[in-house]
Write a protein that binds this ligand. Sequence first.
Ligand code: IVH
Length: 708
Amino acid sequence: MPASEEIRNMNEVEASAELARLAAALARASSAYHSDDSPEISDAEFDALFERNKEIESIFPHLKRPDSPSDRIGAAASDTFAKVTHSVRMLSLANAFREDDVRNFEETIRRYLKLDDGTPIGYTCEPKIDGLSLSLRYESGRLRQAATRGDGRIGENVTANARTIGDIPDIARRAPEVMEVRGEVYMGHSDFERINARATLEGSRTFANPRNAAAGSLRQLDPDVTRSRPLRFYAYGWGELSEPLGRTQYEALQRLSDMGFATNPLTRLCDGLDDMLAHYSGIEARRATLGYDIDGVVYKVNDLELQRRLGFRTTTPRWAISHKFPAEMAWTRLRAIDIQVGRTGALSPVARLTPVTVGGVVVSNATLHNEDYISGLDACGNPIRDGKDIRVGDWVRIYRAGDVIPKVADVDLGRRPERAKRFDFPTVCPECGSQAVREEGDAVRRCTGGIACPAQAMERLKHFVSRAAFDIEGLGAKQLEMFYRDEVLGIREPADIFTLAQRDAASGGKLRDREGFGERSVRNLFQAIEERRRISLNRLIFSLGIRHVGESASRLLATHYGSWEIFEKRIGSAKAGEGPEWEDLVAVDGVGQVMATSLVAAFSQKMERGSIDRLVKHLDVRDMEPTVNSDSPLAGRTVVFTGTLNGMTRAEAKARAESLGAKVSGSVSARTDLVVAGPGSGSKAGKAHELGVMVIDENAWMELVTKA
Ligand code: IVH
């Protein structure tokens, strides 16, 4: 069944659980990939999870998480290198997996620019190099700084290492005064084999694939090590420029090549969809013999003025897309099915596989989603995989494409061991022995142990200290695992964190004498905890880890209630489905029945409530300040566009307004701050006048946004 159908069949609870799962999986994978240079899942698997997440978000936009993977690029820069703030953000590319996606990309661009089918739009098509991106800053033609992408805003300073790469010129001929060249650092296949062979001989660590080898080699503390690694570089774009490099993408690439940069020789100018797709097939056919890894073809609108008009979404340009090559699949043996218990008690089955190499990455785990999935049914009880169930001992085909991944796409019944039994999904929690139940409409079976379940308690604690919650430096998963089991310094619930220093002072054996802790790290840890006693209301609400209450919902709740005292009193006395407190809660824009029920349940559950109360005793909760306008005069304002706009399309106008922090609405109400009315605006402008809302014309709007 195509993913969209499966997703359309989800209910809100399933969708939000799946979004949570995807956010966690993508964050973990991303951190392993970017920061540790050792991926846990393959790129295709990553893409597939990413696409699935986007698809769910498109069908359930209101469930989009504040930490949504779609808004993120890469992973935060590590502490090993000095940080560099990119003067122009380093973005990522949206993906196309099917021809239809490319067609859609082309059509969207036409619509956005209001160009009819007769007007040709040229595109550059170039291989998508599978390496890591690097931004090179030249001033007066000299290389001054090289930085990795990091999270797109802040990267790592790897200048000394970049200087050792032969394809990167130290002096760029006839370059603009300020020029940031962007491109991909990669390692060729033969070089990769050679350094891996050498590493094997020397008994040192080998790399899983050329991309990791390139990343690992560039991110070396000693530039001499980087020098000994055969890294290459292709330039494909730019960041800050004191003057343009050309009128088109193609011209700009040629100019970069004239300055001494390597640009990819397979880059072509294509004049439309058919041409692009033909070039894609041509590159795909040569993929195996190129001598370096590529994972798709990047299409970019050639005309730089059109690129400027198209602009950017949160993390990707509208004027480019990467057309990925189809993912691979592999048959392997399912050795076991393990059940993991998550923060909200969800029992998630994980397939333990005999490791298989697919596209250079070893896959040994796959998600099995839930019990229906194992038994061959989708969320509506319709058969998937022709209804074949999955059994331990089976040969399974792991499929990794623009679909949910890695998923067990098929089971080979011909090779099923005779004694293989249907998998009995546990009805008690494997961690705490409590009943595990499935509520109506929930695809997921959940442990009912709440925070009495050690797995849930542990996951809650990890959530509590996580970046968007209390963000306690020096207290991560590893330390929490250790403290959880500790007799004297036990941390079993959040409140225990705030009594740690006191308990340490009172105990005989001190923390500083333990392995892994020293005088300084203990002092830093206690200080980090101390600093967090004062906490904002939204962070506190989010940190409680209540199901369905994410970061943005927490902010909405905090803004609505203003202080912990009011929040706690109102939620604590609310009854699900009735009464003024309940009505008040569900009236908050962005709070639905599901979230409200979960919130009220958490506050009325004795154990959970006890844990919250014990925690808050140690805190000084900051009331929520009313939102202040940021720099732009449009920040936080609600704008309505109506009538005909001449100099811009509706989509452009909307994107521009949103990029300045405004909310764009389709209808005029008392909450509207500004109406931009073109000719023929009719009733909306009339209503605005009636309500005393400011109405301006397109020229005034242009003036306003250019100033903003
Ligand atoms: S253009 C704003 N062109 O793919 C557009 N990227 O998924 C920025 N990449 O971070 C990217 N080859 O590391 C572009 N020919 C190419 C590329 C390319 C590889 C990588 C690059 C980028 C990632 C985006």
